[in-house]
Write a protein that binds this ligand. Structure first.
Ligand SMILES: Cc1cc2nc3c(=O)[nH]c(=O)nc-3n(C[C@H](O)[C@H](O)[C@H](O)COP(=O)(O)OP(=O)(O)OC[C@H]3O[C@@H](n4cnc5c(N)ncnc54)[C@H](O)[C@@H]3O)c2cc1C
Length: 449
């Protein structure tokens, strides 16, 4: 990625979830070119997954995917640094946690059949809740938590960003460069750089949809206030549970919070994301199952034992086809950046995402993590393997003037496809281009990229 001549002055971030908020924070705290952005949010900051997530953080749980591992490890370290800078402990419940895996039996064991509680099991968890000895999945060195909604709002407030409540309808592009965004009822907000951090709504923008797909996976959660909150220890529980013999295995998660509340989530479902984040509600069956599971884990979490219901809710995980987030500049639109697809790790991975984007926008390249594996252009390359030949034919139909040395006039997406074809499909390249006599000129263009 070529370095920008001078950093953009006006940056507009679309979307007030954790990814938009962290990007705002790292733009405004950049060491040499601090830039306070404008953030446009349709409903309210952290109204969607970023306010309704668990907020669990893990150092090494993404290590099986090298690119994601780098993002997660950098983010975990940044979470620690942010907590120290922003007083995360009291501002948003940052703390280290113990993390256990527990296999919840299908049917509760009779009390007499229960052996003494396993030493790893916290006292507030019913000993009969564990069909097998619990397993330690993380320690206070490797796992931690935040209250995701409080975290998102705290970093956004610390960024000093101007927050505009309004719906971004589209991105304004002039001569292949971003010029602003159109906000419903307000008109154009001018910008030198635009960041699309719209979670599962990113695909609503044609410019994004043309390059990659983002889908939403609906997930449910409940928040309970036990009658003796002081008895609940900082233990995150990853459960496996089969409600009936032969039924689908469920994998709910339980996160006690320093606020005294206990958050329980699970029950996912592929479903179309509704237009308005404020209208998302949980389905009664899924919420009822989460209450059943909560009651099986601990008497403290039973409504009939005095647990107060604080929230019953649902939201959507933003998912991509290859399971990796998309972070980088949109091909063919200079100054338009995207950050989405963080799936079940958006609260963890938002800090390094925001820090990397801030570097990319203000310095011209990211140092904190290598953004190459997350580039939106990776989808374009995949599509070129299927459609590259016909695109090449399209290029051959372009007027001869396009094959001069005027790289700016050749859309970047075609240039990427050509690069791909040069590497993977040189024969097709020669065969198609030679009769038209464009080989020399095209190679010149590629040299200029
Ligand atoms: C049940 C559940 C539990 C989870 N637990 C964890 C966890 O423990 N740890 C973890 O790391 N991750 C967790 N996640 C994942 C995490 O919540 C997400 O990856 C993350 O919140 C995505 O953040 P985002 O900013 O990309 O999107 P979102 O939070 O969805 O934010 C997108 C924002 O864009 C706004 N918007 C949409 N359209 C427009 C428009 N046209 N104009 C302006 N604004 C618009 C929306 O209103 C919304 O505020 C969990 C997710 C779920 C669903």
């Amino acid at each position: 990625m070529a370095a920008t001549a001078s950093p953009p002055r006006r940056v507009v971030i679309c979307g007030g979830g954790v990814v938009g908020a962290c990007t705002a924070y790292f733009l405004s705290t950049h060491a040499t070119s601090p830039t306070v952005p404008t953030l446009v949010e349709k409903s309210s900051p952290a109204c969607a997954a970023s306010g309704k997530a668990g907020g669990f953080l893990a150092l090494d749980w993404c290590d099986t995917t090298p690119a994601l591992s780098a993002l997660a490890r950098a983010s975990f370290a940044l979470h620690r640094r942010l907590a120290a800078t922003l007083d995360g402990e009291s501002a948003y419940g940052f703390r280290a946690v113990h993390t256990l895996s527990i296999c919840l039996p299908t049917h509760p064991f009779p009390a007499a059949a229960t052996s003494p509680p396993h030493p790893l099991l916290p006292a507030w968890v019913d000993p009969a809740a564990s069909a097998a000895p619990p397993r330690e999945l993380g320690t206070t060195d490797t796992t931690a938590q935040v209250h995701p909604g409080f975290f998102t709002k705290a970093v956004l407030a610390a960024s000093g960003a101007e927050v505009v409540i309004g719906e971004v309808e589209r991105v304004v592009v002039r001569d292949g460069r971003v010029a602003g965004v159109v906000v419903k009822g307000r008109g154009v907000v001018d910008a030198d750089a635009v960041v699309l951090a719209l979670g599962p709504w990113s695909g609503r923008f044609e410019m994004v949809r043309e390059v990659f797909d983002v889908s939403g996976l609906k997930a449910h959660s409940i928040v309970l206030r036990p009658h003796e909150p002081d008895k609940i220890t900082p233990h995150a529980l990853f459960l496996s549970y089969q409600p009936e013999p032969g039924a689908k295995m469920l994998d709910p998660e339980v996160y006690p919070r320093p606020t005294g509340e206990v958050y329980i989530c699970g029950m996912t479902k592929d479903e179309e994301v509704p237009d308005d984040p404020a209208t998302i509600t949980g389905e009664p069956d899924s919420i009822a199952m989460l209450h059943k599971i909560a009651g099986r884990v601990s008497d403290q979490l039973k409504r009939e034992e005095g647990a107060e219901v604080v929230a019953e809710q649902a939201c959507y995980l933003p998912c991509t086809d290859d399971g990796l987030p998309v972070i980088g500049e949109m091909p063919g639109v200079k100054g338009c950046y995207v950050a989405t697809g963080h799936s079940c790790w958006g609260i963890l991975n938002a800090p390094a995402t925001g820090a990397a984007l801030a570097e990319l926008i203000l310095d011209g390249s990211a140092k904190i993590v290598d953004l190459a594996p997350f580039s939106p252009a990776r989808f374009l390359k995949k599509r070129s393997k299927r459609g590259g030949y016909s695109v090449l034919l399209d290029i051959c139909k372009l007027p001869d003037a396009m094959f001069g040395l005027n790289v700016n006039r050749l859309e970047q997406k075609y240039a990427i496809l050509l690069q791909d074809l040069l590497r993977d499909n040189i024969i097709a390249f020669n065969k198609v281009l030679h009769p038209h006599g464009h080989i020399f000129e095209t190679i010149q263009i590629l040299r200029h990229l």
